[in-house]
Design a protein around this ligand. Sequence first.
Ligand SMILES: NC(=O)c1ccc[n+]([C@@H]2O[C@H](COP(=O)([O-])OP(=O)(O)OC[C@H]3O[C@@H](n4cnc5c(N)ncnc54)[C@H](OP(=O)(O)O)[C@@H]3O)[C@@H](O)[C@H]2O)c1
Length: 338
Amino acid sequence: MKALNRQIVLAARPNGHARPSDFEFVERPIPVPGDGEVLFRNLLISVDPYQRNLMGNASTELPPIDIGQTMPGPTVAVVERSGNPEFAVGDHVVSWSGWREYGLSDGSDLMKVDPEAAPLSTALGVLGHTGLTAWIGTTRFLDPKPGGTFVVTAAAGSVGSVAAQIAKLRGHRVVGIAGGPEKVRYLKEELGLDEAVDYKAPDFAEQLARALPDGIDTLFENVGGRLFEALMPYFNMKAQIVICGTIAQYAFPGASDGPNRLPELLKAFLYRFIVIRGFSLTDHFDAYPEFAVEMRSWVSQDRIRYREEFVDGFENIPGAFLRLFDGSNTGKLIARLG
Ligand SMILES: NC(=O)c1ccc[n+]([C@@H]2O[C@H](COP(=O)([O-])OP(=O)(O)OC[C@H]3O[C@@H](n4cnc5c(N)ncnc54)[C@H](OP(=O)(O)O)[C@@H]3O)[C@@H](O)[C@H]2O)c1
């Protein structure tokens, strides 16, 4: 075992998008587990858009973490030493220990995972927090009319790709929106969506009009900002909108310098009787067992497909995180430690 525990801490609050210099690598002693405690080594570390919100100067109502604090977030780890009878050395667990090599826990925030049942990485994606987010957002708040048009933004991402496929399984006509022709191909050819639209293409407006001849009945929103504005004219009577995320806005807490579309939005909500609902995964962890049974079954029957991208090396975690904001990931992005 190594002597020191590398960690990545917040060094500065970004203005706009985060930069590598906003993070600092520090080395701290590896903790020694006491009675009832577990020392674990992180094998896989999740990078997630909400971590930008934790850095401050962000579009969120949650308080940021402190400067010098280790970046929080989910990981998959192996138990190295245990003073807790519930966990044996060699057990694999999901932790929320963040961007560090080793973590210490009393076990209450650890969930065991079986590496024989599914690849460990899926515990951070399709069978983990992003899959659960997609499942909660699509199954808990929406009362969709099967056959209606269901739009998903950031549809080639970890949450969006699963949400779009669940909507397909529930009988909707599903339109995914993502950046670039390869993602459009992935959504249509590999995930089987009815239509996919490239919001980065010069003919985006025409693509959108072609994909939405009957408007939008349900929107699973991951992006916000200008993309949401482009979708507003398509909302049908009694459209339902579930706001999962607004990644385009996270780094920009102030008002946009574009025209104020708020009156138009409120008018649409009022006269088209639109229902809009936000949610946070953190309120729904108790749904995990029910979710896991259904999602494992879908994945094993190839009814839900997923993609994962790995970035190797602890030192490359900040760079991996920044990729979430330029769209160069498809599916779940995970840092893999040596
Ligand atoms: N409510 C909750 O509890 C909860 C939990 C987890 C995640 N979320 C939210 O779910 C969303 C997706 O998260 P994820 O982990 O699955 O990430 P992801 O979709 O795998 O990765 C982020 C994707 O967002 C797109 N994107 C980034 N900046 C954008 C912009 N300015 N405009 C349009 N698209 C942009 C990029 O795809 P393109 O190539 O298509 O641009 C990028 O690949 C995020 O908003 C996240 O905060 C919410």
